[in-house]
Design a protein around this ligand. Structure first.
Ligand code: DON
Length: 578
């Protein structure tokens, strides 16, 4: 509506003042070139779902309309994405869910991160010379952690939902059975990773044609085996996945691919409810995922550092603002490499890292307009590796409950292996462990003892499902995929809303930057102003213009209703409300 009003206003202005330019041309071209075209949030009164795939968002909204709460809708979206966004939506992976319960005014963090199998050990990804072998932790049976998604979703539904498992899984079963139309995004993604996926016949037979060619846009992919697996879950609950036929088939496939996972590992998997990590920022309360995700701790650490600088005075995405952001990011990622891991195995100084005085001391060390070389913060060096996929969704219902959920297979399609007869893609989350001190994972992140492989341990994550509160009420539900960039991308949504007062669509579409300490480079999106890049280079930054970062799915809760935005960086998403 606002675009139309704007165009109309311009039309009137144009015909009044610029009589030599045909009014319609002026109005049309303004509407096309203006950022307004992409900066309109979706509005809704009662409830909303923002996810990376439109069918899944619609399924979630349908559940809300049927009277389900945010948790019912979130679980339905989680299962639907396993069908419609197979590279990241999953039942063979894991993740984290934040649930805000309005009537109890309480936020719960559900950790359903994958777990290392009982036969995992510290040196399992090293060769005889003690060198890390990335193929083993990424594209091999050993790469797979015990999946947590089904346990996490079902536990959330049992404890905080109102509908039956059947009601929320059925839409996913129908889609898997009836087939999904290949979207441009899915076609590009499958074709792009064809070599990796074709390696596994059980994967190839579902996602490629019998002659080995790729599915084209608009063609239909059916996943009958996944439909069967989902129906077993709908019928038997967690036992339908962690015991019996499915557990047997999955562990067999993993062992045939060289892994060590057993049915007992499956039967022993547990999702854990944890106390969320929380902090304050300029009068807002930020509540996010605690370890074994590093996300919440470091978002709060960076916000605490940035609170010492008047970013609104320096301006949105100016070189000065980005400088302070990048410096704060470096300190946080340096801390991450040393201190973060699974809290059940390692003492993590969460209090210290999220302490305002600690942040103040760091802020004092930051020069006003000069980049600190990463090597001066802590020494390390390595080559980064690129890959992508995880997915986030946010849900708000008419009662004010909210769910912020990020889950993943790690890389796109995880290990690439679909367990024969199940339709389930298996994660390669074991690569998120520090396979050897100083050796980077798939996202260039380094770690040490805190994140070493141990049986039953959960690999450190960056996933940051987050809820921001003002005066005791949730005002922003957000999160994103993006590997190591998850923390900084979520951070920028928060800064864009709080410091720069951007609406949620502008906050989403604004150019992003990222620094992760090592490699010592400031990664920026192509859309960042060139003048800004030049100023940052003058300050000493090695600026790298690279591909788009993240796919945020956010909902703002305001007195005027819900405003949502699904990141345009991934084309298939949608914020849908009612
Ligand atoms: O848990 C983590 O931090 C990673 N496994 C997430 C991977 C990811 O976000 C890939 N997507 N873009």
């Amino acid at each position: 509506m606002r675009i139309i009003h704007l165009a109309k206003a311009m039309l009137i202005a144009a015909s009044a003042t610029l009589v030599t330019i045909p009014a319609t041309t002026y109005a049309n071209s303004s509407a096309i070139h203006s950022r307004m075209a992409t900066a309109q949030p979706i509005w809704a009164k009662h409830g909303m779902v923002a996810s990376q795939e439109t069918l899944a968002s619609q399924i979630g909204v349908d559940i809300l309309k049927q009277g389900g709460n945010a948790v019912d809708a979130a679980v339905a979206v989680g299962y639907a994405l396993a069908v419609t966004l197979p590279r990241a939506g999953n039942v063979g992976g894991g993740g984290f869910m934040m649930v805000y319960l309005a009537d109890k005014d309480k936020t719960i963090a559900i950790d359903y991160r994958e777990m290392a199998p009982s036969k995992a050990h510290k040196d399992m990804f090293l060769n005889e010379n003690g060198d890390a072998v990335s193929n083993l932790s990424r594209f091999h049976g050993l790469a797979v952690g015990v999946p947590g998604t089904v346990m996490g979703l079902n536990q959330a539904l049992n404890k905080y939902g109102t509908m039956s498992l059947k009601q929320v899984i059925n839409p996913a079963v129908k889609l898997a059975k009836g087939g999904i139309k290949v979207t441009p995004d899915l076609a590009v993604s499958l074709n792009g990773l064809k070599k990796r996926l074709m390696k596994w016949p059980s994967t190839a037979e579902i996602f490629f044609k019998p002659d080995g060619s790729s599915y084209k846009i608009g063609e239909v992919i059916k996943q009958p085996e996944l439909a069967h697996t989902l129906s077993l879950i709908a019928k038997n609950g967690i036992d339908g996945f962690y015991k019996g036929e499915t557990a047997r088939k999955i562990t067999k496939a993993i062992q045939q691919a060289g892994g060590v996972m057993t049915q007992a590992d499956f039967a022993n998997y547990k999702a854990v409810e944890r106390k969320p990590v929380s902090g304050t920022y300029r009068g807002y309360k930020v509540v996010s995922m605690p370890p074994p995700s590093s996300g919440g701790v470091h978002i709060i650490e960076i916000l605490n550092i940035l609170e010492n600088f008047p970013l609104d005075v320096y301006g949105h995405n100016t070189a000065q603002t980005i400088h302070f952001m990048a410096e704060a990011m470096k300190y946080a990622y340096a801390d991450r490499s040393k201190h973060l891991g699974d809290p059940d195995f390692y003492d993590i100084p969460v209090k210290h890292l999220t302490d305002k005085n600690y942040a103040k001391a760091i802020a004092k060390k930051i020069p006003f307009n000069k980049a600190t070389p990463s090597a001066e913060i802590l020494p390390a060096s390595f080559a980064p590796y690129e890959s992508n996929q995880t997915t986030h969704f946010s849900v708000v219902d008419k009662w004010g409950n909210a769910v912020s959920n990020t889950y993943t297979l790690n890389f796109s399609y995880g290990s690439g292996l679909v367990a024969k007869g199940t339709g389930v893609f298996l994660n390669n989350e074991m690569d998120d462990f520090s396979v050897k001190p100083g050796v980077p994972n798939g996202y260039g992140l380094i770690g040490g003892e805190a994140n070493s492989v141990q049986p039953g341990k959960r690999p450190l994550s960056s996933m940051s499902p987050t809820i921001v509160f003002k005066d005791g009420h949730p005002v922003l539900v957000t999160g994103t995929p993006g590997g190591s960039r998850i923390i900084t991308t979520t951070l920028q949504i928060i800064l864009n809303v709080i410091d720069f007062k951007l609406n949620i669509a502008e906050a989403t579409n604004a150019p992003r930057v990222h620094h992760q300490w090592f490699p010592d480079e400031l990664r920026v999106e192509r859309s960042l102003n060139l003048d800004t890049i030049l100023l940052l280079k003058k300050m000493g930054y090695k600026v790298k213009v690279k591909s788009a970062m993240g796919s945020t799915q956010s909902i703002e809760i305001t007195e005027k209703g819900l405003f949502g935005a699904s990141d345009l960086r991934k084309s298939d998403g949608a914020a849908i409300g009612y």
